[in-house]
Design a protein around this ligand. Structure first.
Ligand SMILES: [Zn+2]
Length: 269
């Protein structure tokens, strides 16, 4: 049984706009970008993290109830002690992150891609029902995207033994996805650049549930329901709260020449 469709990130169809938005917000995103045309795969390879220590305003568009809104806020706050951002929940609908709570889909923009959404558009949706056992985990997962995190099962070292025909069969027929959607969300691996220096983590809140039937051999990942230690380690590197965090994240320097020759990709594979 697959009662919930997995999360899909909000794709940005203009990679150059995404790149420029990421750099405008946080120049450190450049150190994680491909330069000199070395990228082998057609995926955006810059990171999309917010500027350190900034205030991130979080708004709700037409929340169905105070209880629903508060449950989302409480779940988001699980990230707070691993980041140096100030999370400010605002009462009107204008925020850096704009959340809708409409069933059934779950999706979010990745980090600074949210700045490319129109002011009236949401940047994140939590469609999982408030009473569902996975509600809190779903919010933490979607907000991980909002902080700039990608899907963990697309980590370059995930090496998942996919039974691809089986996955296509389930998603094309049960969820009406296209083959391209399955490829994009399941099988496409991201460059190491997106996942920075943390090793692949089966316990990540950013991992899809992978039933055994989707793989060959005995391989599966359950519904992860908490933010893992490695998730927190990554966020502490990106948004260091103290000297110890910073010490684990030496900032690689990049030359002006490299900035000048940074290349942009089209998103074609
Ligand atoms: Zn996701």
């Amino acid at each position: 049984m697959h009662p919930l469709a997995p999360c899909q990130v909000i794709g940005i169809f203009d990679p150059r706009a995404s790149y420029e938005a990421a750099l405008r917000e946080n120049p450190d995103n450049l150190q994680n970008s491909s330069t000199g045309g070395r990228q082998k795969r057609g995926v955006a390879t810059h990171s999309k993290f917010w500027a350190s220590h900034r205030t991130l305003k979080i708004a709700f568009i037409n929340p169905p109830s105070h209880a629903h809104r508060n449950a989302v806020i409480n779940a988001i706050k699980h990230w707070q002690n691993s980041i140096n951002l100030t999370l400010e929940f605002v009462d009107d609908a204008t925020g850096d992150i704009r959340i809708t709570l409409e069933a059934p889909a779950n999706y979010s923009a990745i980090g600074t891609d949210a700045t490319l959404r129109q002011p009236h558009q949401n940047t994140m949706n939590v469609g999982t029902d408030l009473m569902h056992p996975q509600f809190e985990a779903t919010v933490m997962h979607e907000f991980g995207h909002a902080l700039g995190m990608e899907h963990e099962h697309q980590h370059p070292h995930a090496d998942i033994p996919w039974d691809k025909p089986k996955v296509y069969d389930v998603y094309l027929h049960n969820f009406n996805w296209s083959k391209e959607q399955v490829d994009h969300n399941f099988f496409r691996t991201l460059d190491a650049i997106n996942t920075r220096t943390t090793p692949y983590d089966k316990l990540s809140i950013m991992h899809y549930k992978i039933p055994n039937e989707f793989t060959t051999g005995d391989w599966s990942v359950e519904n992860n329901s908490t933010i893992s230690q490695k998730d927190r380690r990554l966020m502490r590197k990106v948004y260091p709260r103290n000297k110890e965090d910073r010490a684990t994240s030496p900032p690689p320097r990049i030359s002006l020449a490299e900035i000048k020759f940074a290349t942009f990709i089209t998103g074609n594979t």
